[in-house]
Design a protein around this ligand. Structure first.
Ligand SMILES: NC(=O)c1ccc[n+]([C@@H]2O[C@H](COP(=O)([O-])OP(=O)(O)OC[C@H]3O[C@@H](n4cnc5c(N)ncnc54)[C@H](OP(=O)(O)O)[C@@H]3O)[C@@H](O)[C@H]2O)c1
Length: 293
């Protein structure tokens, strides 16, 4: 039995769909009963902040998909660290054999926000005695249909200059997770997951223009200007500066290389950005269309 955490998120929904299609025995963890019913599969209601609910959800589970929200805009320790360590400890007590965890590319101690937080959680998992597979994805294509991807005028917010980025579709992260969850349970391995091509923001704006049938311009917001805009909106200065640090790394090329890992794991190539846009036209329109006056 597999427990899928983060089942209502961008990766989790796709993983639930895939496991149901494959006839796998699994249970989804949700925080909200109505969201569980909408998934249409066996589910348990629980919260990473409520260890008893996690212990109950893990009953009879031998494989765990561990995923939750990334870094939050606050000062101090990121809650994801405490939450995901709680789930790992509960998994060990419940007799889980193998954990497939969503981490991040370049997770390391001396970085910031989700990169250093994932490093700490990954270390906890490595030291747990459980078998593990760490998924280390590049930036998600789904970020382009998330709030804040476009200005209120419908321009694409662009912070990476002319540097190409090998964005990945969460659909492919879910496909890798499904394959690993069905495979040998004694592994200890990490996988850098990217899309099939690295694209500049200008190339992405052109592709979005074609998909929407209107010219989408770029609204350039370099990392320091991004941080200044966030602090002027009331977000903590430290958070804004840390985010700018991470964006600068990507703008310097840290996510430009592509890997063959999605194909190696699943046997088929990852989705192109064009295919992602075709599959997500409705949410793209909602994210990129200026409100009517
Ligand atoms: N975005 C990127 O470009 C990127 C790149 C590399 C790695 N990552 C990593 O990918 C992961 C997923 O990020 P995301 O923002 O895309 O996630 P997401 O799609 O928003 O999904 C987050 C999931 O976690 C669940 N969740 C949140 N808090 C929870 C809690 N206290 N207890 C139980 N479940 C909880 C949410 O449930 P509800 O529906 O109840 O909210 C949701 O199902 C993060 O670890 C992030 O660091 C992101």
């Amino acid at each position: 039995m597999i427990l899928v955490t983060g089942a209502t998120g961008s990766i989790g929904r796709s993983l639930v769909h895939r496991l149901r299609r494959d006839g796998a025995a699994f249970r989804a963890l949700v925080r909200d009963e109505a969201k569980g019913q909408a998934l249409g599969c066996d589910f348990a209601v629980g919260d990473f902040d409520d260890p008893d609910s996690i212990a109950a959800a893990l009953h009879g589970v031998d494989r765990l998909f561990l995923n939750g929200s990334g870094a939050q805009p606050l000062d101090g320790e990121q809650p994801m660290i405490r939450r995901q360590k709680t789930v790992i400890d509960a998994a060990r007590r419940a007799g889980v054999a193998h954990v497939v965890k969503v981490s991040v590319w370049h997770a390391r101690r001396e970085s910031r926000l989700s990169q250093s937080a994932h490093w700490e959680i990954d270390e906890h998992l490595r030291a747990s005695g459980l078998a593990w597979s760490l998924l280390q994805p590049a930036g998600f294509m789904q970020n382009f249909i998330a709030p804040g991807a476009f200005t209120p005028d419908g321009d694409l917010v662009s912070s990476y200059g002319d540097t190409p980025v090998a964005h990945i579709d969460c659909h492919d992260i879910a496909a890798c997770a499904a394959t690993l969850l069905a495979g040998p349970q004694d592994r200890k391995d990490a996988f850098v997951l990217t899309g099939p091509e690295a694209l500049t923001d200008a190339e992405i704006a052109d592709k979005i223009s074609s998909a929407l049938g209107r010219t989408v311009h770029r609204a350039e917001l370099p990392p320091d200007a991004l941080a200044a805009a966030m602090t002027s909106q009331g977000l903590p200065r430290r958070f804004a500066e840390d985010l700018a640090y991470l964006v600068k790394e990507v703008a310097a090329g840290s996510q430009t290389a592509t890997t063959t890992t999605v194909r190696d794991i699943t046997g088929r190539p990852p989705r192109t950005f064009d295919a992602f846009l075709t599959a997500n036209l409705q949410p793209l329109r909602a994210a990129a269309t200026p409100p009517t006056p």
